[in-house]
Design a protein around this ligand. Sequence first.
Ligand code: ASP
Length: 304
Amino acid sequence: MGWTLMIHGGAGRIERGRTSAEAEAGTRAGLAAALDAGAAVLAAGGAALDAVEAAVRVLEDDPHFNAGRGAALTRDGTAELDAAIMDGCTRAVGAVARVSCTRHPVALARAVMERSPHVFLAGIGADAFSRAIGMAQVENGWFVTDARRANLAELLADGDGYDVDMKYGTVGAVARDAAGHLAAATSTGGVTGKRWGRIGDSPVPGAGTWADDRGGAVSCTGAGETFLRVGVAQAIEARLRLLGETVAAAADVVLAEVTALGGTGGVIVAGREGDAAWRFSTPGMNRAVATAAGERRIALYGDE
Ligand code: ASP
């Protein structure tokens, strides 16, 4: 059995004609670069954990996505970054929330997993840990792009609340390596206009990110408040492990629960046998897949 890598770059109102040709090309190129980075690890016999981190790091540096540089902004115009990574082999998991100066939040999440006795660090403590272990730091302004400033200005002009138009772009990856191990990672700036230290589903193990070799690996994107209430990632994995459903069937059942609670979004799922599926309830989801068998596909819109 070979390896499989699936990535996403956010779900939402991703429809033909809504984005500029330039932005669309940039998004496709970013997904291709991330796919290449992760696939190179897997093709060389590397670990699923290394592959998902490699893919997500590329997307964190790419301003077309809502993670790292290009993150959605808080109501104050700052970036507060959330990320998680999980190893399905050991069920070790690391997560960070409200990180402000670490260039690669997914790498910091992995450091929490591997170099601290904890699972989840947030805010100033996460930043302090990051500095203490010598991770690459940047000014908060490095994450802030003109496009995200414009998103925020548009939202504030409309009044109260946070982004209901789903200008998302959260990123994630799931992989199964040649040895049969699974991993998942997710990274995000959250939602435009967030405040009060809001944290969504993305960094929360079981909600936005989950991997267990006995079932599957899942990374989510969408309405974080609803994904938290459903525990989407672990719910999908549990169905695979306990009910033996297909990856697509398990994702459909759980996304239907999200829909029933009024949320929308998407998931990518990798199963034990190298099977993988994406599912979304939004008009589109930035997504891509590569396998050892030579499959390679990049898609944005629902009809692709
Ligand atoms: N789920 C993310 C959050 O709520 C947003 C997204 O996926 O775009 O923070």
